[in-house]
Design a protein around this ligand. Structure first.
Ligand SMILES: Nc1ncnc2c1ncn2[C@@H]1O[C@H](COP(=O)(O)OP(=O)(O)O)[C@@H](O)[C@H]1O
Ligand SMILES: [Mg+2]
Length: 301
């Protein structure tokens, strides 16, 4: 009999420049919403050193978890899948006990990404740590898509921009590991214009002088990035307009499209549910934040 090719899940790494923007809140509640809509969803806590995704779902027992997998005690990632209170929403917990796993080797990161891609699910969300840790950069750079969570403060936009710049740069670096000429050009760019407000197009121009085919390829590949942006904790309408500042900056300087897919209002219900370790989308479906998240889900997922 002809073997049917296994369907790969849609993978969304979720990251932010600053901590506390609402990544874990969104991963857990968005995961629950999509599970309720009939998808098989897995949420994976890859915020090494700061794992708390299980606490949003009141899961007391997080063993076995990713630290058991990364230190080799568990060899099959699927053994880490735990059910949650929501049907068809499963979780892979991170491990906080071992501070050592915060510095995961390159090979382990690559292996983890490969195995996550093979999970038997419709949708996988990967909750990542804030900032530009290589773990976050490599998830985005390999999967070439993901969700950025940003708050309305200018500081949050600046760090989101910094994260994206690092993601794009990491992607270009990973693409040309074997090409010494290009690695030297990249190193010059990092030491010079890249530290200030150098545009990716300036870098591509330099690469063009070495190899026109490669520079064309980079431009093409950057076009196929699927980067989405959610604005969380909105208090005023003007804050929604301001997010275009980030979108425009990313287009102009990084040559990628950041697709702004919607906002969630700042809502005390979110905080209260978090304190109770419950999902606001289930307990308070009519709350402003639930209405906002449902709108995003229906339109974009
Ligand atoms: N829309 C919102 N309104 C009010 N509080 C929020 C909202 N989104 C997140 N929070 C609160 O912000 C805090 C940080 O959220 P969390 O998801 O843990 O951030 P991160 O995972 O990015 O560090 C939590 O206490 C959470 O309840
Ligand atoms: Mg978190």
């Amino acid at each position: 009999m002809r073997q049917l090719k296994k369907k790969r899940p849609i993978i969304y790494p979720v990251a932010s420049g600053k901590g506390g923007t609402g990544k874990s809140t969104l991963v857990s509640n968005l995961g629950a919403l999509l599970a309720r809509k009939g998808n098989n969803v897995v949420i994976v806590d890859c915020d090494f050193g700061g794992s708390d995704l299980h606490l949003f779902l009141d899961i007391p027992e997080t063993v076995p978890n990713l630290s058991d997998y990364l230190n080799g005690e568990i060899t099959d990632l699927r053994q880490l899948l735990l059910p949650t209170c929501v049907k068809d929403l499963n979780i892979i917990c991170g491990g906080n006990e071992m501070v050592g796993i915060a510095a995961v080797s390159e090979q382990s990161r690559k292996n983890l990404i490969d195995k996550v891609i093979e999970l038997d699910a419709d949708v996988v969300f990967i909750d990542l740590g804030a900032g530009t840790a290589l773990n976050t950069l490599d998830f985005f750079s390999h999967i070439k898509s993901g969700i950025l969570v940003c708050n309305p403060e200018p500081q949050s936009r600046v760090s989101a921009y910094g994260l994206l710049k690092n993601i794009i740069f990491r992607y270009i670096t990973n693409s040309f590991r074997q090409n010494e000429n290009i690695q030297n050009t990249l190193a010059d760019f990092v030491a010079g214009p890249g530290r200030r407000n150098g545009r990716i197009l300036d870098l591509v121009d330099k690469i063009d002088k070495i190899d026109t085919k490669l520079s064309d390829q980079i431009i093409e590949n950057l076009k196929s990035f699927n980067l989405r942006l959610i604005l969380n904790r909105v208090r005023r309408r003007s804050e929604i307009d301001d997010i275009q500042i980030l979108v425009n900056l990313v287009r102009e300087f990084l040559s990628v499209e950041l697709d702004y897919i919607g906002f969630l209002r700042s809502d005390r219900i979110v905080l209260e549910s978090c304190q109770k370790r419950r999902l606001f989308i289930i307990d308070s479906a009519d709350a402003p934040a639930s209405i906002d998240l449902t709108r995003i889900t229906n339109a974009q997922f």
